[in-house]
Design a protein around this ligand. Structure first.
Ligand SMILES: Cc1cc2nc3c(=O)[nH]c(=O)nc-3n(C[C@H](O)[C@H](O)[C@H](O)COP(=O)(O)O)c2cc1C
Ligand SMILES: [Fe+2]
Ligand SMILES: [Fe+2]
Length: 407
């Protein structure tokens, strides 16, 4: 839990959240931060709020205390996005202060009423709406629907050129320091995986909307990006925007990299996986290997999101695909990680069936993946089968190398 003044009259409040699954689903090995902002004009506005993940209001109130903020003076609650990681504090807040106005988009207003009732005055804003807080603090609003819910908007403080971006330009991880400028460029780049994982797990499905949001940002002067999760971007602003642009573009293709995703019950498929992995290693191409169900969905999705090539290795199980592989592929399909180059192999006992289910999933989510010839073998892989897996892996690597990166 920490606070800092990020600009004259603008405070940031941050709490670190650990040991939970984000959205009840995504593992966060290094946790996540929740950032809130207070803008002190003649009127005081809170932009997005923070409280303990379990809705414990004391966390927020302690932060207010540490800033000597009299909550009764808060006039506006600016809600960039109503998802409860940013709005869960409202319910307890209402118990200590009720005389405020809510500022959000029309979709936000609808969500506000369904989560928090209709007792408050809601000030609906659109693209270009302005709110003058007095004393040199002017807020503009820019809608960015579906980054990440339909209600999402950016708030822009005109004089400090600060963009309060909520989920946009966010990242997983908790950090010793709060500002990008306190880290070296190399250190910032070492946090890339936290950005990639946050993006692919939470925002990725909405990538076309992210690209539209970035276009809108191109039209404004930005001195700092103050997101709802992760570091304050008071430097490397172009870098984080380009990072988001390239991650959005990955939805349609990924980088020159291969993800080898595999599962095996008794080691039959695994023997061939070792051959494919050795080929990947020797080739010098960038690659990641993930076993299902051992690797988390979050890590697998991140790897596939950023990979142009995907090798899927799994046996047949009850006339279908090895179940954890099917589950993770369904999730990849829902996130619309499209247009990959693929190669599939695996063992079966008597009938096969894994391939059929793979085809069904690809079709169901219109994934538009292009596969080279799959290879299935009965029981233990013969030397001939291992040689085919080796040759096909080489072929996939060559195809991926010929592709332009999505970025
Ligand atoms: C629970 C279970 C269900 C299976 N169902 C099928 C099946 O429906 N059709 C088939 O051809 N083989 C089936 N098999 C056989 C496996 O595909 C076969 O044993 C394969 O060699 C396993 O490869 P692995 O060691 O890489 O898991 C099944 C095996 C198990 C243990
Ligand atoms: Fe969100
Ligand atoms: Fe969020």
């Amino acid at each position: 839990m920490k606070t800092q003044r990020i600009h004259d009259g603008i405070d940031q409040l941050t709490i670190d959240v650990k040991d939970i699954l984000f959205e009840g689903l995504w593992e966060m090995p290094n946790g996540v931060t929740l950032n809130s902002y207070i803008v002190h004009g003649d009127d005081i506005a809170i932009i997005d709020g923070v409280c303990g993940w379990d809705g414990v209001p004391e966390t927020l109130f302690q932060l207010f205390d540490s800033l000597n903020l009299d909550v009764k003076k808060v006039k506006y609650l600016i809600l960039n996005h109503l998802e409860p990681d940013h709005s869960g504090w409202i319910e307890p807040f209402k118990k200590i202060h009720s005389d405020f106005e809510v500022v959000c988009t029309d979709k936000g207003a609808e969500l506000y009423r369904s989560y928090y009732g209709d007792n408050e005055t809601i000030h609906v804003v659109k693209d270009g709406s302005e709110l003058d807080l007095g004393n040199g603090k002017k807020l503009n609003f820019i809608t960015i629907p579906h980054v990440h819910w339909p209600d999402a908007m950016l708030t822009y403080e005109v004089n400090s050129q600060t963009v309060f971006s909520c989920d946009a330009f966010g990242m997983f991880g908790t950090y010793d320091k709060s500002n990008a400028s306190e880290y070296t460029v190399d250190e910032l780049k070492s946090f890339t995986r936290e950005i990639d994982r946050y993006y692919s797990n939470i925002i990725g499905a909405f990538s076309p909307f992210v690209l539209k949001a970035i276009e809108k940002c191109d039209g404004i002067e930005i001195s700092r990006i103050a997101p709802g999760h992760g570091l304050l971007w008071d430097t490397q602003i172009d870098w984080i925007i380009e990072k988001y642009r390239s991650l959005a573009n990955c939805q349609k293709g990924g980088e020159q990299k291969i993800t080898l995703l595999w599962g095996s019950m008794y080691g039959m498929t695994e023997a061939a996986v070792k051959v494919a992995e050795a080929v990947l290693k020797a080739s010098g191409i960038s690659y990641e290997v993930h076993r299902v169900p051992d690797s988390s969905w979050g890590e697998i999705l991140t790897s596939v999101w950023t990979s142009k090539g995907v090798i899927l290795a799994m046996p047949t199980y009850e006339y279908k695909m090895f179940p954890p592989m099917a589950a993770v592929l369904e999730e990849i399909g829902r996130k619309k990680a499209n247009c990959r180059l693929g190669f599939r192999f695996g063992s079966f006992g008597w009938s096969g069936g894994a391939q059929k289910e793979l085809d069904e999933i690809l079709e169901k989510y219109r994934m538009n993946w292009t596969f080279i010839e799959p290879h299935e073998f009965k029981g233990r892989a013969t030397d001939e089968s291992l040689e085919i897996v080796k040759q096909q892996t080489h072929q996939l690597i060559e195809l991926v190398k010929q592709c332009e990166s999505a970025n």
